[in-house]
Design a protein around this ligand. Structure first.
Ligand code: GDP
Length: 360
């Protein structure tokens, strides 16, 4: 059994949580796969860690992928945690203390297809939850005549295209910037922006060739570091707080909950309070489970037990009485607080979610 402080040390800064939104077929899944893929190739073996429901890309991997775009010395956030399920449903059901669980979002737009109904919906959700975001103008490789440069920074590959190709991309990008403006957002190509606080950075990318992925990671890291550092200052040794991603039956463990932990730590034997369909659940953690590292997958043991985990991370919690647990509900570690206070906190949050669901 291993002791693990995922991505953060006690008293440290936690990992910002990143979500991916956008219209169907615009490339959300492909982009996530590409980020994971390039991180696996660039990183030391095992540097990128598959969590339950999320993928952690530590700072050293971000800086390897980003190459000269990034100066790792200027960062003290531990990296980025990508929620693996892209889309609006997971974004709106995953909340933390009334806000969005994700600290930052990538809005994926097919550069040829522009704004579509679900792009509009995503914009509304991001506005309502006041979630900072960047726009990934995806599928740049489909511009007729495009010469791909695998995994290259986008400016480099842009300069290497013919005038005609560049012009066509410029036109598509300006249309996109116009559409963002129609929705009340000032935006520009990210390398032209000085201030990301009042402007949306547009990053041309290809989930197919990896072009622009170094830029995307750099901009996300920079945004988080510059504008969200205060929100990342959590007591990672304190009692854990998280959100249920999914409730799942697991052979040998019974009903388990997959949780994104966004604050504090959770340990084996901790008493936890979980929002339930009918009643609030009070139970004790039996096992904390992480996916087996890829190298050991043949042992047929799908999960690895850990004693302790710190935010931000994804984890599967096995505990009795979880049958009634609810996706999107809060999870809290009790530790040395009065149990009733924690129950009240969970129930207040659940009531808030219920009101918002009725309003939708
Ligand atoms: P999602 O519905 O937003 O998750 O979209 P997917 O990731 O499933 O992508 C939809 C289709 O577009 C798939 O066939 C992908 O292979 C393709 N696709 C996604 N990104 C790119 C890209 O950058 N370039 C090209 N040529 N195809 C892409």
């Amino acid at each position: 059994m291993s002791q693990e402080h995922s991505a953060s040390e006690p008293g440290d800064l936690r990992t910002p949580i990143v979500a991916v939104l956008g219209h169907v077929d615009h490339g959300k899944t492909s982009l996530l796969d590409k980020v994971r893929g390039s991180a696996v190739i660039e990183g030391e073996a095992g540097a990128i860690t598959q969590h339950i429901g999320a993928t952690a890309v530590p700072l050293d991997v971000v800086s390897e992928v980003a190459g000269s775009l990034i100066d790792p010395e200027s960062f003290d956030l531990p990296g980025l945690l990508f929620i693996d399920t892209p889309g609006h449903h997971s974004f709106t059901t995953l909340r933390s203390r009334g806000g969005a669980l994700a600290d930052i979002a990538i809005l994926v737009v097919d550069v040829n297809d522009g704004f579509q109904p679900q792009t509009e919906e995503a914009i509304r959700i991001l506005q309502d939850t006041q979630t900072p975001f960047v726009v990934a103008a995806n599928k740049i490789d489909t511009i007729p005549g495009w010469r791909p440069h695998e995994d290259a920074p986008v400016q480099e590959t842009y300069e290497a295209q013919s005038d005609r190709v560049r012009q066509q991309l410029d036109e598509a990008l300006y249309e996109l910037i116009g559409e963002l403006s129609d929705h009340g957002f000032s935006s520009d190509l990210y390398w032209r922006l000085q201030n990301f606080q009042n402007n949306i950075g547009v990053i041309p990318v290809s989930a197919e060739t990896g072009e622009g992925v170094p830029d995307l990671l750099t901009v996300l890291m920079g945004l988080a570091q510059r504008y969200m550092k205060e929100d990342m200052e959590v007591d990672v040794t304190g009692p854990g707080a998280g959100t249920v991603l999914e409730v799942k039956e697991e052979q040998g463990f019974g009903t388990t909950v997959d949780v994104i932990l966004y604050d504090g730590t959770v340990r084996e034997d901790d008493t936890i309070v979980v929002g339930g369909m009918n009643e609030t659940i009070v139970t004790e953690v039996r096992a904390l489970l992480k996916p087996q590292p890829l190298a050991e997958i043949r042992t047929e043991k799908r999960f690895e037990n850990v004693e302790e985990l710190s935010a931000a991370t994804g984890v599967k919690i096995a505990a009795p009485e979880l049958d009634d647990a609810m996706a999107g509900a809060p999870v809290r570690v009790v530790r040395d607080r009065p149990l009733q206070d924690v129950i009240d906190e969970v129930e207040a949050e659940l009531a808030e979610i219920a009101v918002e669901t009725e309003e939708e």
